[in-house]
Design a protein around this ligand. Structure first.
Ligand code: SAH
Ligand code: SF4
Length: 380
């Protein structure tokens, strides 16, 4: 069976090369060809011996995911729709800003958490992405953008695991992908520039703090268990106090001095001044155990099946003011890529597919995409 090399971090690639009777440093050369130069053919790798290139070609491959569509927004946002087989489609979104380029990456086809306000959640779970499929999104986007922009330096400076799926429910495949993103011989992104966004898988937050404490974003969306149970069903398993305690513990290992809490503003559901005050109380209680939080209010991107509405701007501003006046860093996310449905929780385009999942994706709205750094806050 041919090994997808995009799925191997440097240690795994070294073991793979040793298995071929090669020295470890060959793996570093190969790794750099793949990730830094975007090579997909072994024949391009001019400083590797011909015999090794032949051997590799027989037992390994470096393959892009088939692109189903590319959409470009007037604001520069680009959305790729990739085919990962069996009718499963995933999305990746590039969000350019003056001082950075952020890539929003998917971790699963569908999602099992089933949040009420998220169309990926409504779609249900299809399968975990392999490490190679997670990395392929970055590998492809980075090198396609370099070619397009005629650049040889890094285009993507930040990665957010905020595409489709719950990254911490695919931990074993996520971890090597994060290692590749951070590796100086690959993308060389710092821990602060890679964000894992989670709906709150407490044991995996603990593991991540030990393995690779990258920036953490937590999708909170409600100030009480009664309400969060309804919006984010995983809360029934890991209630808010347990989640926030895990976040406080994470901060001892995290490079950032705060954890971002995402809060999707839903009209009449979680957006009243009373909710803001309850949230404030919650944050104050946990600040005592060392949690420093930043709040990111997200305008809800509506889709029909949710039966939910976006809060008015006035409501969002009033909510933000209560938190800001109490000294909590609060930002309101700008939506990007609205015109191509690349904003948070938007659909995956007019995809027609014969399969069941494809049908559902075409007829329902397909959840997606956020991006904290997308989002420079407008804090007021
Ligand atoms: N599963 C992870 C990461 C993917 S979702 C998580 O839940 O954190 C990325 C972000 O998009 C989350 O904060 C999620 O709450 C938000 N989101 C999902 N659907 C949305 C919608 N319809 N409108 C606005 N934000 C949405
Ligand atoms: Fe899954 Fe995140 Fe959507 Fe919830 S918000 S259903 S965890 S992708």
């Amino acid at each position: 069976m041919s090994t997808p090399l995009l799925g191997l971090d440097l240690n795994a690639l070294s073991r793979f090369c040793e298995g071929l009777g090669e020295k470890r440093f060959r793996a570093t050369q190969l790794f750099r060809w793949i990730h830094q130069r975007g090579a997909s053919e072994f024949s391009q790798m001019s400083d590797l011996a011909m015999s090794l290139r032949d051997k590799l070609a027989g037992m390994a491959h470096i393959s892009a995911l088939p692109v189903v569509s590319i959409q470009r927004s007037a604001d520069g946002t680009i959305k790729w729709l990739f085919d990962v087989g069996d009718g499963n489609l995933i999305e990746t979104v590039y969000i350019p800003e003056t001082d950075r380029g952020t890539l929003c990456v998917s971790s699963q086809a569908g999602c099992a958490v089933g949040c009420r306000f998220c169309s990926t959640g409504h779609q249900g779970f299809s399968r975990n992405l392999e490490t190679s499929e997670i990395v392929a999104q970055l590998w492809y986007a980075e090198h396609a953008l370099r070619r397009e922009l005629g650049r040889s330096d890094r285009v993507i400076t930040n990665v957010v695991m905020m595409g489709m799926g719950e990254p911490l429910q695919n931990y074993d495949r996520l971890l090597p992908a994060l290692k590749i993103m951070l590796d100086d011989h690959a993308y060389g992104l710092s821990r602060r520039r890679v964000t894992v966004s989670t709906s709150g898988v407490v044991p995996m937050i603990e593991r991540l703090s030990q393995d690779l404490p990258v920036a953490l974003a937590v999708s909170l969306h409600a100030p009480s268990d009664a309400l969060r149970d309804q919006l984010v069903p995983l809360n029934r398993k890991y209630p808010i106090d347990e989640l926030l305690s895990a976040c406080a513990a994470y901060q001892r290992f995290a490079p950032r001095d705060f954890i971002t809490f995402e809060y999707c503003m839903l009209e009449g559901v979680n957006d009243t001044p009373a909710h803001a005050r309850e949230l404030l109380e919650l944050m104050r209680r946990h600040a005592g155990s060392g949690l420093s939080a930043k709040l990111n209010l997200i305008p809800f991107n509506p889709f029909e099946a949710s039966g939910l509405k976006r809060s008015s701007q006035a409501q969002v501003q009033a909510f933000a003011k209560i938190l800001l006046d109490a000294g909590i860093v609060t930002t309101v996310r700008k939506t990007r890529g609205d015109d191509i449905d690349a904003a948070c929780g938007q659909l995956a385009g007019d995809v027609k597919d014969r399969t069941d999942v494809g049908q559902r994706m075409a007829s329902q709205r397909l959840g997606m995409i956020g991006g904290i750094p997308v989002v420079q806050g407008e804090a007021s």
